[in-house]
Design a protein around this ligand. Structure first.
Ligand code: ZN
Ligand code: ZN
Length: 371
C-alpha cells in the first residue's frame, strides 16, 4: 500500500517506457470502472436524474467494457514485463472486483425510485473521463507551457474540489433552483417575458450570455472587493499552476452564490429553459477552457470572446493584473467598466494570491473562509 500512497501523493511527468504511464491509466480506469459498477447497482442513490435520463445505458455499458479491457490489458502487460508489478496488481484487483460485482452486465431495474436523495457519482465519473480526455488532448496539442506535466503540483487538491462539486451536484442544484425560482416567484410573470420567450435562438442565446455575464461580472467583482467574500474567492485564486483542472478549485459557498444569482437573473429576464440549458453547456466548456494550459490564439476574436490568455491574466499575481478581467465570456464588459488588464506580454509568468495566505490542501481550503 505504501508505494500506492506515495504515488498518489506525488506529482510530475509520467515518462513512457517505464510502465508508469500505462500503469496510471490502468489505475484510473479501474477505479472509475468500480465506481461505475456501483452506480449501475444503486442508480437511485448514486446517479443524477438529469444525467441518467439523457444517457443511453447500452452506450455506457460499452464504455465500461472498453475501460475494463484497457485497464486489464495494461495491468497484465505491465505485470508480465515486470514494470511496477505492485501497481499492475492493484489495478488488476480493481478490474476483477468490478467484474465480480457484475461488470458491464449489471441488471438495472427500469422502475427504480426516481426521487431519492442522491450523490452525483455518475456525473463525477463521466465528466472526469470526458473532460480529461478532451482537455488533456487540447493541452498536449497546443500547450502553453509544454514542460508542465498533467500531474502538476497540487493536482490532488483540485481533483478533490472537482469531486466535491460533482458529487454534491444534486444538493447544489436543489439550492440554486429553489433560490432562483423563489426570486422568480416574488416577481411573477412580467410583460417582457413573452417578448424574450418569442426571440429566435440567434438573438436569445447571445442576449442570455450577455445578461449572465453582466450579473456574473457584478458578483465576481464583489467577491474581489468585499473582504468577507474575498476569503471565499481567494481559494480559486490560490492556484499557482493553470490547467483544465485548476478552474475546479472553487469554494462551495461561492458556487452556490454565483450560480443562484445568475440563474435567478436569467429566469427573471424570461429566457426559455432550452436557451438557459444551452448557456449552462457553454459556460461549462468555456470556464474549463479558459483555465487550460493551452496556447490558443483567436486573433481579433480575442476582443469579442474571453480567451485562456484573458482569464490567465485574471489569475496573474503581477501588479498590473490585480482585480482586472472579471468577465467570463465578453471582454467588452471589462472594457466599458474600466477593469480590463492591458498587459505588455501575451501571458503572465506568475499566478496566485499576492499575500499567499491561502492554505494548501482541500480540507484546509474548505475551512479557510471561516477562520
Ligand atoms: Zn476572480
Ligand atoms: Zn478562474
Amino acid at each position: 500500500m505504501k508505494p500506492l500512497i506515495q504515488l498518489l501523493a506525488s506529482n510530475g511527468a509520467l515518462r513512457s517506457g517505464s510502465g508508469l504511464l500505462t500503469g496510471v491509466v490502468a489505475l484510473v480506469l479501474a477505479v472509475l470502472s468500480v465506481l461505475s459498477v456501483l452506480a449501475f447497482h444503486f442508480p437511485e442513490y448514486l446517479t443524477t436524474p438529469e444525467v441518467r435520463r439523457r444517457l443511453d445505458i447500452d452506450l455506457l455499458r460499452r464504455i465500461l467494457l472498453a475501460a475494463l479491457v484497457i485497464a486489464g490489458t495494461f495491468s497484465v502487460l505491465n505485470f508480465v514485463r515486470g514494470h511496477r508489478r505492485w501497481l499492475a496488481s492493484v489495478s488488476f484487483s480493481l478490474v476483477l472486483l468490478a467484474v465480480v460485482l457484475g461488470g458491464h452486465n449489471v441488471y438495472v431495474d427500469p422502475n427504480f425510485p426516481d426521487n431519492t436523495p442522491y450523490i452525483g457519482l455518475d456525473w463525477f465519473v463521466l465528466d472526469l473521463l470526458a473532460s480529461s480526455l478532451l482537455f488533456i488532448f487540447i493541452e498536449k496539442l497546443r500547450p502553453l507551457r509544454p514542460e508542465q506535466p498533467v500531474f502538476r503540483p497540487e493536482w490532488q487538491t483540485d481533483l478533490a474540489h472537482f469531486a466535491l462539486i460533482h458529487l454534491l451536484v444534486g444538493l447544489l442544484m436543489a439550492i440554486v433552483n429553489s433560490t432562483a425560482h423563489g426570486a422568480l416567484g416574488i416577481l411573477g410573470f412580467q410583460p417582457w417575458h413573452a417578448l424574450i420567450g418569442q426571440l429566435g435562438w440567434a438573438i436569445a442565446l447571445p442576449l442570455c450570455i450577455l445578461v449572465a455575464d453582466l450579473v456574473q461580472y457584478a458578483i465576481h467583482r464583489s467577491f474581489h472587493e468585499i473582504p468577507a467574500l474575498w476569503r471565499f474567492h481567494a481559494i480559486h485564486h490560490s492556484a499557482k499552476t493553470m490547467d483544465w483542472l485548476a478552474g475546479s478549485r472553487l469554494h462551495l459557498i461561492e458556487v452556490v452564490i454565483t450560480r443562484s444569482l445568475v440563474l435567478a437573473a436569467l429566469l427573471l429576464a424570461g429566457f426559455s429553459k432550452g436557451v438557459i440549458d444551452a448557456y449552462i453547456l457553454i459556460v461549462g466548456f468555456h470556464a474549463v477552457l479558459n483555465h487550460s494550459n493551452v496556447n490558443l490564439n483567436l486573433g481579433p476574436l480575442r476582443h469579442l470572446i474571453v480567451t485562456p490568455a484573458y482569464h490567465h491574466w485574471h489569475h496573474a499575481s503581477e501588479a498590473i493584473a490585480l482585480d482586472r478581467n472579471y468577465a467570463a465570456h465578453l471582454p467588452i464588459i471589462d472594457r466599458l467598466l474600466g477593469t480590463q488588464c492591458k498587459p505588455e506580454t501575451p501571458w503572465p509568468t506568475h499566478y496566485g494570491v499576492v499575500k499567499d495566505d491561502v492554505p494548501q490542501g482541500f480540507w484546509a481550503q474548505c475551512r479557510h473562509p471561516f477562520r
